[in-house]
Design a protein around this ligand. Structure first.
Ligand code: ATP
Length: 615
């Protein structure tokens, strides 16, 4: 029926999934993008004969864009436990451990470590036959519908076990990749859309609806007239191009009327209002209804039109600090809102308007859209703000009041605004051409973003490696990132006794350098079982399970100092134990020349932060 909610699976009854598997393998193997595209084209021509076949196949090749079924609730770890049960394996068996430890690699996993589907394929090969049982893509889509709508692990396990019976190991590997929404085919979404239909990408950009695209564009020879955006359908957002400094930005927007805004670090959210119906679409066009808990009344009472689409950023206001909360706290706040706590701390900052009443306004200039925005939204301080220029630079931040947007008349205006923004510990700035229209998915430079560069914080930050994290992909099976710590300030003329976890760092060194560090530390790496074992007493860490390293360095005397550099701004941290942690840290140099006890101490670091904040 047309109203099956979970997305109908009509279509694909004449296409064997094994045919798609061959297609995937061909595409993966082909070197050139032209070859990849022509393989896909041939598949469409030869196999997708009925219009309904298109969606049945497209949703399998672009699983990340399919919104017809809900989420599977199966990330690698849960998927591993379900597969172990579906295959009736003992949890202690080598294969079970391979699956559960897919990142590190279990006994003899070797080169597949870090790639879940390859590890799973290896396990499945020993347990599944070679013969295909002829599963069709219609059947597969039905299985996947059930998998998404099933409530608990037991149900998911039983569906997976049915699937395993109906497939061979090769097919099952690709199904796992579909479930994890990453096929690693080496062909862009743009190319797939283009081969499907010349207007497919455009239509997807304004609807974010793969099913609709497949249904409307069933005939490749028939061009589709450009469709406008509509309320209730997510639009792919206008994006910003990165520039390296204020003068590059100013040059690019030469002669234009330019507005400069603070770049907020929250969630890009489109609010679609249709009378009392609200959608909160994020960048990946999921509708975050959990935001409605805290925002419903504010929005319905202060948006003065029945229908509109606002573009903006969802943030959290920290009243005690009188500033926006650090990035990453949004999800937690949304969760709190769901549970009925603290919901009034959510703030929406509307910086654009895309639709009003019955018409799209994306073709109007930004300047006109800002005028409309002011007519449509009644701002409520700290809850629903609008971002429009607040006079010239002279009006800038009087008496500490934040001013988040200015009209810039010179590169100096831009530079000054940027510096103040960064000092205020915001993420950076966005420059916009006030005459430009809003274009879905465009990153051509009508909006430019400027974020701070990495700088050395005055002197070297010499920190001690206290733990390691296993990597995935290319770095699978080996320690690829380090947990570094600051020393607790020792009494005069003594060595530090405790180290406080500070940040996680992986970039900055070549693979070779990293290998050298890992080889040196390997004899001292100790695995710790949580929560059975506590970390060694000379390390202080928080209770946040997410940031526990996979291995500890047995004792500080055995470890290595690294100099790290980072963005000039630091962030307050809850995850790591030190009062500050760095943003975007990278290793600058490995200090084999420095003994472990010359590690920077927390107090000196705090002083350093305070002195560099004033410059
Ligand atoms: P980044 O990681 O730098 O945020 P991105 O790829 O997520 O990059 P970009 O399009 O490059 O996104 O940068 C624009 C993003 O910045 C928007 O998606 C939005 O979330 C955020 N943003 C914050 N403040 C603004 C603003 N005033 N105007 C536009 N975008 C803003």
């Amino acid at each position: 029926s047309a109203v099956d909610g979970g997305g109908s699976s009509i279509g694909g009854e004449d296409i064997k999934f094994s045919v798609m598997v061959s297609l995937f393998q061909w595409i993966q193997k082909s070197k050139s993008s032209a070859q990849k595209r022509s393989k896909f084209r041939k598949f469409l021509d030869a196999f997708c004969r009925k219009p309904q076949d298109n969606f049945a196949a497209m949703r399998l090749i672009l699983p990340g864009l399919d919104r017809e079924r809900g989420s599977y609730g199966l990330k690698e770890h849960v998927l591993a436990t379900c597969l172990i049960d579906a295959l009736a394996m003992s949890r202690d068996s080598d294969d079970a451990r391979r699956l559960l430890n897919w990142r590190k690699g279990g006994p003899k996993t070797g080169s597949n470590a870090g790639n879940f589907s390859l590890v799973a394929a290896e396990v499945l090969q020993r347990r599944q036959g070679m013969a295909s049982a002829g599963l069709t893509i219609k059947e597969l889509n039905e299985f996947l519908d059930h998998l998404a709508s099933s409530e608990n692990r037991a149900e998911k396990t039983s569906i997976l076990s049915d699937l395993i019976r109906k497939t061979n190991a090769q097919e099952m590997k690709w199904i796992i990749m579909i479930i994890l929404k990453d096929l690693k085919l080496g062909i862009s979404e743009k190319s797939i859309f283009h081969e499907f239909h010349p207007d497919a990408e455009d239509l997807f950009n304004v609807t974010c609806d793969l099913k609709l695209v497949c249904e409307k564009l069933r005939d490749r020879s028939q061009r589709h007239k450009r469709q406008d955006i509509e309320v209730g359908k997510a639009v792919r957002p206008q994006l910003a191009l990165r520039v390296s400094n204020a003068s590059a930005a100013w040059k690019k927007l030469h002669g234009k009327e330019v507005v400069v805004e603070c770049k907020f670090d929250g969630d890009r959210i489109q609010i679609h209002k249709n009378n009392s119906d609200l959608n909160f679409f994020s960048r990946n066009f999921l509708d975050h209804q959990e935001y409605a808990h805290g925002m419903l009344d504010v929005i319905t009472q202060n948006i003065l039109v029945d229908k509109c689409i606002l573009d903006g950023e969802m943030l959290v206001w920290d009243a005690s600090m009188n500033r926006f909360a650090e990035f990453g706290s949004n999800q937690e706040i949304a969760k709190a809102a769901r549970e009925g706590l603290d919901s009034d701390r959510q703030v929406y900052i509307a910086f654009d308007i895309l639709y009003v009443g019955d018409t799209s306004v994306i073709h109007r200039s930004l300047k006109e859209r800002q005028e409309i925005l002011q007519e449509v939204v009644k701002p409520i301080k700290g809850r629903l703000e609008i971002l429009v220029p607040n006079g010239g630079l002279n009006a800038h931040r009087p008496s500490g009041e934040p001013c988040w947007s200015i009209i810039a008349h010179s590169v100096d205006d831009v530079d000054k605004f940027f510096k103040e923004t960064v000092e205020n510990r915001d993420e950076g700035i966005v420059l916009k051409d006030l005459t430009s229209k809003w274009e879905p998915s465009d990153r051509s430079g009508k909006w430019l973003k400027l974020k701070p560069e990495y700088v050395r914080a005055g002197s070297d930050l010499d920190v001690l490696i206290i733990g390691g994290y296993y990597g995935s992909g290319r770095h699978g099976g080996e320690v690829a990132q380090f947990l570094v710590g600051l020393a607790e300030r020792p009494a005069p003329n003594t060595y530090p006794r405790r180290f406080i976890s500070f940040c996680r760092v992986g970039t900055g060194v070549s693979d070779e350098e990293r290998n050298t560090i890992v080889t040196r530390l390997k004899p001292y790496f100790r695995k710790y079982e949580y929560p059975k074992q506590a970390p060694p007493a000379f390390y202080q860490v928080t209770n946040n399970a997410k940031e526990r390293p996979d291995v500890w360095v047995e004792s500080p005397e055995k470890s290595i100092i690294v100099s790290i550099t980072s963005d000039i701004r630091t962030i307050r941290t809850e995850v790591f134990a030190a009062p500050y942690s760095l943003r975007f840290p990278r290793i600058d140099r490995v200090r084999y020349d420095k003994p472990w006890h010359e590690c920077l101490d927390v107090q000196s670091f705090v002083d350093l932060v305070h002195s560099s904040n004033g410059t």
